[in-house]
Design a protein around this ligand. Structure first.
Ligand code: UDP
Length: 192
């Protein structure tokens, strides 16, 4: 479904994970997912560089009822909203069940530390590949190196909308596999 020149995948969250994301993890594929809410869609109109980045994503999912409503308006209804925070919780559970390696990039040092603490307790079989707070220069190579060297299956990037997609797009070529998901303020949610 195309809204303002952004192509959304029209799937339920369940189907997206079961048929696309989990198989991509098992096949060691690389996958860049953008969860786009109305603000993100508007931003692609106002910022051509950001639009280019969003267009590089393998999948753009509808994060927000505003996007779903817009799709109904053009009579191409999206099945449901698929939020970053929901995808993150599902992927945490999957990583726990399948002993996958997860990197947590972003948020303040305190929040980032707390997230990893909670994850280790609630998802004991998940492997924490690494963690790093989100306050660094976006071209800092040492951050990229740290994430690459941790050999992650899943990378959650919580740098805020735009910044996180920018980091993923800029660094993706350094990785040979992994699911890359911008999760906005989700670390703050998870850490309570
Ligand atoms: N954040 C970060 N580095 C930055 C800016 C923000 O790690 O340079 C984190 C911030 O701590 C929060 C998350 O990104 O955990 C989302 O931030 P915010 O709500 O400001 O972003 P939004 O998505 O609303 O633009």
């Amino acid at each position: 479904v195309t809204l303002m020149d952004i192509n959304f995948i029209n799937v339920s969250r369940y189907s997206f994970l079961k048929n696309i994301v989990y198989p991509a993890i098992e096949k060691n594929e690389k996958c860049f997912i953008v969860t786009a809410n109305p603000e993100v869609v508007i931003e692609t109109r106002d910022d051509p560089d950001f639009k280019t980045i969003v267009k590089q994503a393998d999948y753009v999912v509808a994060d927000g009822i505003g996007v779903v409503n817009a799709s109904k308006f053009i009579k191409e209804p999206l099945k449901e909203r698929v939020t970053g925070v929901d995808l993150m919780y599902d992927l945490l559970a999957y990583a726990d069940q399948h002993q996958k390696r997860v990197f947590f990039l972003g948020a303040s040092e305190v929040v980032n530390q707390k997230v990893v603490e909670i994850v280790k307790k609630d998802y004991p079989d998940l492997i924490v590949a690494g963690r790093r707070d989100g306050y660094f220069n976006r071209f800092d190579q040492s951050v990229t190196d740290q994430v690459v060297e941790s050999n992650p299956d899943i990378v959650f990037v919580a740098l805020g909308a735009k910044r996180q997609e920018g980091w993923i797009a800029h660094n993706l070529s350094n990785f040979d596999h992994g699911i890359f998901l911008g999760v906005g303020g989700s670390f703050d949610v998870l850490s309570g």
